[in-house]
Design a protein around this ligand. Structure first.
Ligand code: SF4
Length: 314
């Protein structure tokens, strides 16, 4: 006897009428395309991935083989501005490890760089239609509320998601839960009256109890970068720091007030930055020279993109 039959059926019905069926990665059986979408969607909104990155990246690298054959520098350029650049490095490493096709099991997928339990299960469920649960942030919120789980461990969340999976329609069930979390079971003020799970939801009387999060703690930093332009080219360095590893960045300098070009604010993960740019005429460390006009084609971060407007007319 399936205790969840009613809720599963209502969820399916809701998905047919309200699900986001037009997303391109939901209308393909190409595992690489599904994998790419899952990596891009980590930490990035659907609209931004859809409009600015997913189609452009696939046009440049339509197959795992084409991605594997590209230099890392080019892959980072295609990822430029999307942030969390380790995603692009890991994607590239995975393509090199499996240029023909991705493995078909969660266990094998999780051995690849940057693929955790969520991504592996998403590929197996959405791509191979395997009968397994998927738990992302949106689904976790629905599961916590539906089963009334206060601060559950990961393993508890996954086991409840498994219990709830509709074995006849697991792919649609997982996609439906994902959409329900992002469209109805919202972090604040969920729309319980419109929810197909309302009848059986154990957390509906106080849904906010399940989404209490710690207050974010920001780290405020002031950064000082040098702008050294010669013959239309700008001096950049290849970063060795973890956050921007292998990306092209402006060199750090000691600030000299009269050489200040401009300042701007920038937010990145937990950091709240004040960035100051200074005109310089030499840099002590090793640099590479990039044509200012072609900067957008290089692997630069959104911070460097923001800085560009201060120096492009110098
Ligand atoms: S009834 Fe409300 S709290 Fe429960 S799953 Fe639906 S939207 Fe979320």
């Amino acid at each position: 006897m399936n205790n969840f039959k009613l809720s599963q059926n209502k969820l399916q019905e809701w998905y047919v009428n309200h699900g986001r069926h037009d997303l391109p990665w939901r209308n393909t059986d190409n595992m690489y395309h599904i994998y790419l979408s899952e990596i891009m969607l980590q930490q990035t909104q659907v609209s931004r991935v859809l409009e600015e990155y997913y189609p452009q990246f696939l046009e440049k690298y339509p197959t795992l083989m084409s991605l594997a054959s590209a230099p890392q520098e080019d892959v980072l350029s295609a990822w430029s501005g999307l942030g969390y650049y380790s995603r692009a490095r890991n994607l590239h490493k995975t393509a090199i490890a499996c240029p023909e096709s991705l493995p078909k099991t969660q266990e094998e997928l999780m051995k690849l760089p940057g693929i955790g339990r969520y991504t592996a299960s998403a590929i197996c469920s959405f791509g191979h239609e395997q009968n397994i649960p998927v738990v992302d942030t949106n689904i976790a919120r629905v599961i916590k509320r539906f089963f009334s789980l206060l601060e559950p461990k990961e393993v508890t969340l996954w086991s409840h998601a498994k219990e709830f999976v509709n074995n006849n329609e697991s792919r649609h069930h997982n996609l439906a839960l994902m959409d329900l979390g992002s469209l109805v079971c919202l972090p604040k003020n969920p729309l319980c009256q419109e929810c197909p799970l309302e009848k059986k939801c154990l957390g509906k009387s106080s849904p906010e109890l399940y989404t209490q999060t710690k207050k974010k703690e920001y780290e405020f930093l002031e950064l000082f970068y040098g702008v050294y332009i010669k013959n239309g080219k700008i001096a950049l360095q290849v970063s060795t720091k973890k956050m921007y590893k292998d990306m092209y960045v402006l060199p750090s300098v000691e600030p000299i007030e009269e050489d200040l070009i401009g300042s701007f604010k920038h937010a990145y993960t937990k950091y709240r930055l004040k960035v100051n740019l200074y005109r310089v005429e030499e840099v002590n460390e090793e640099v590479i020279w990039i044509d200012v006009e072609k900067l957008a084609l290089s692997p630069i971060s959104s911070l460097t993109k923001k800085a560009e407007k201060f120096f492009k007319d110098l």
